[in-house]
Design a protein around this ligand. Sequence first.
Ligand code: GLN
Length: 203
Amino acid sequence: MKIGVLALQGAFREHIHKLQALEVEASEVRLPDHLRGLDALIIPGGESTTMGKLAESFDLLQPLKAFTREKPTWGTCAGLILLANRAARQKKGGQPLIGGLNITVDRNFFGRQVDSFEADLDVPALAQAARPEDPTGPFHAIFIRAPAVVEVGPQVEILARLPENGPIVAVRQGHLLGTAFHPELSNDLRFHRYFLRMVETGR
Ligand code: GLN
C-alpha cells in the first residue's frame, strides 16, 4: 500500500510520520506525476486558499479531482475544506476546491475567540479499525482555526460532532473521509488506522 500526502503547504510531515509509524509507505505529492501508483491520498491542514491556488498553478487541481473521484482520500482541516463541494460565505468566484464530499463547510467557524481548542470526541466508527494497543474511549481532537460542516447531503455519514450535539466535525462519503481537526497532531493512531482500513477494503 502506498499513500501520498499533498505537500504543497501545511502539516504534511506529521501525516507522513503517522503513516510511517503504521509501517505504510508514504510519499509527498507536489506534481501531477507524484499521484501515479498511489492507492490513496491525504490532504493536510494548512491554508485552504493557499493550497488551492498552489494546486492550480502547479496544474494539480484537475489531476487531484480525477484522483479523488476514484481513490480513497482523507482531508484534515484545510484538506476537508478542499474536499467539500461548497464553502459557505465565499466571495464571488470563491476559492478553488477539489470537491467530492456533498457537504457545505464554513471556514474558521469557531471564530477568533477560540482560534484553537481541544475536545474529546465520541467517534463510534473508530472501533472498527482499533487495535488492542490503541487508546479506548473518546478521541482527543485538536482544532486549529477549524472549519465545521454546516450541511450534509443524504449520502454523507456523520462520524463525529462536538459534544452536546454540537457542530459536525468528521464525515465520510464512501471513499472520502473528512475531519475538521488534526488527528496527525494527536498521540493516537486510530483515525489513521480507520483510513487505512478504508483503503484496504477499497471503499
Ligand atoms: N482556517 C484554515 C483554512 O481556512 C484551515 C486551518 C487548518 O487547516 N488548521 O484553510
